[in-house]
Design a protein around this ligand. Structure first.
Ligand SMILES: Nc1nc2c(ncn2[C@@H]2O[C@H](COP(=O)(O)OP(=O)(O)OP(=O)(O)O)[C@@H](O)[C@H]2O)c(=O)[nH]1
Ligand SMILES: [Mg+2]
Length: 478
């Protein structure tokens, strides 16, 4: 028997960006050929894509760690590193992506719908791209950024128009087997169905899908029987069909109280109150069943249910039922707004104007948070003084030093950039950048220096400022 898996925990890791290369062009008789280190390639993304041919999450159950390939490092002679390959993971239609706290990240419905579960790291700029009019020979390159890694949970919620619910052995699987071409297992013991079955029904011009979920018993909401877990598959259905057994041999049961029990369990599960309901009285081929059905029918109708007497075994009343369901489905579809091709939950990032924040923490540590400063730290090779100096310049130009001063930081106070787990902590030297300014800017090689006209100086200054504020997605315009 194939196992059906409808919930898995998955660890995805996007590829790391390749490091940029620091290299100087060499040619006979041209000792200062200029920087020619290429950029690192981008790390591959991890992308979930709905694929109609995939029906379970079983594959991820067996292989829960998935990693996209890394970008290659850049090389001399301006050779760029190759980008990593995206890792495309096919998932069934109706897969919900959650983070480990249970928050929904994406709801993947419809063939081809995609969700980037892990973003590849950007490649680091090589020293050729870092060169500017004022920094002609950088002796460093930027590191590639690590790819995004995270733990996610995938949950499958069957996408069907109609769901059959009821006690074990009420005949749900039998019904789906005669209404559609589905051939589920049918047997006279409870909990024959362990996984949802899906069938396609054609009634006149309407084609709809019907799902049969494992049987429910009183206390299912407390985990009795197979529990309520399978009601997840009912959530997306437009219509609920109560399948009631009119010929049960259990003395303490009858269709009306069965209905109440199932309704109570549905209420416990929650969120299904607005679905139209239909009642099917099954097994009317059995004379006692037929009598009971006739007896309780008025009661059910008084409660507002549309009632169908059927026999799955004798194939009675099926046409009427399937056309009535088609009608309800068609009405529900018409009432629904046209479905967007992709439904992706985008979590907007809170960005304040400065692009970073400085806060003083209880232990006296100053914490800098912000997309850019954190990214710049990741891109820095701390074993290279020039690269560290470049980072200090970038932070300074963004206004981080000013903000630290304003927040009350003093020399040698601890400053952490980034969140707790991956913060870089250092002792603050506020004069650092000022001192560097006097000694000459980093990466400047005075042998390249020619007098610059005022207009050129202004352009260079503007360019450096743009560089400090600009994104490093594209490569340096210099
Ligand atoms: N006489 C009669 N027996 C039926 C009818 N429908 C189903 N049965 C029988 O009832 C038993 C249970 O049928 P299933 O279709 O497996 O019931 P189920 O609701 O899917 O049960 P679970 O999967 O255990 O929840 C089987 O022995 C069927 O043959 C019917 O219309 N008439
Ligand atoms: Mg069944």
């Amino acid at each position: 028997m194939t196992t059906f898996v409808d919930r898995v925990e998955l660890q995805v890791a996007a590829g790391n960006g390749g490091h940029g290369c620091a290299s100087v062009h060499r040619e006979k008789f041209k000792p200062l050929g200029g920087p020619d280190g290429g950029n690192g390639g981008r790390g591959g993304d991890v992308i979930l894509v709905v694929d109609q041919d995939v029906t379970t999450l079983l594959d991820y159950h067996h292989h829960p760690h998935r990693k996209a390939t890394n970008g290659q490092p850049g090389a001399g002679d301006n050779r760029e590193g190759k980008n990593g390959k995206d890792l495309v993971l096919p998932v069934p239609d109706g897969t919900v992506v959650l983070d480990k706290n249970g928050e929904v990240l994406a709801d993947l419905v419809g063939q081809g719908t995609q969700f980037v579960a892990g973003q590849g790291g950007r490649g680091g700029l090589g020293n050729a791209a870092l060169a500017s009019a004022r920094r002609k020979a950088p002796g460093f390159a930027l590191l590639g950024e690590p790819g995004e890694g995270r733990d996610i949970v995938l949950e499958l919620k069957t996408v069907a128009d109609v769901a059959l619910v009821g006690y074990p052995s009420a005949g749900k699987s039998s019904l789906i087997s005669v209404l559609s071409a589905a051939k589920p297992k049918i047997a006279d013991y409870p909990f024959t169905t362990l996984v949802p079955n899906l069938g396609v029904v054609t009634a006149g011009a309407t084609v709809y899908t019907i799902a049969d979920v494992p049987g429910l018993i009183p206390g299912a909401s407390q985990g009795r029987g197979l529990g309520l877990e399978f009601l997840r598959h009912v959530e997306r259905c437009e219509v609920l069909v109560h399948v009631l057994d009119t010929a049960t041999l259990e003395s303490d049961r009858d269709p009306l109280s069965d209905l109440d029990v199932i309704e109570e369990e549905l209420a416990q599960y929650g969120g299904l109150g607005d679905r139209p309901r239909v009642v099917v009285l099954n097994k009317v081929d059995i004379p006692d069943g037929k009598d009971l059905a006739d007896m309780i029918r008025p009661d059910l109708e008084k409660r507002g249910y549309r009632v169908f007497e059927v026999s799955a075994i004798a194939r009675q009343g099926l046409k009427e039922l399937s056309y009535a369901l088609a009608d309800i489905v068609a009405t529900a579809r018409a009432a629904k707004p046209a479905q967007e091709a992709t439904r992706i939950v985008i979590r907007p990032k809170a960005v304040d104007d400065a692009g970073f924040t400085v806060t003083k923490e209880a232990d006296g540590l100053f914490r800098v948070r912000g997309e850019k400063p954190e990214r710049w730290v990741r891109q820095t090779d701390f074993s290279n003084d020039e690269a560290v100096g470049y980072l200090a310049d970038r932070l300074n130009r963004l206004g981080v030093e000013d903000a630290l001063l304003k927040a009350g930081a003093r020399a040698m106070d601890g400053v952490a950039i980034g969140s707790d787990e991956d913060a870089v902590v250092f002792d603050w030297e506020p004069t650092m950048s000022a001192g560097a300014e006097m000694l000459g800017r980093r990466g400047e090689d005075h042998r390249f220096e020619a007098p610059r006209p005022a207009a050129q100086r202004r352009r260079d200054r503007d360019a450096e400022r743009d560089e400090a504020q600009g994104e490093y997605d594209g490569f340096s315009p210099f």
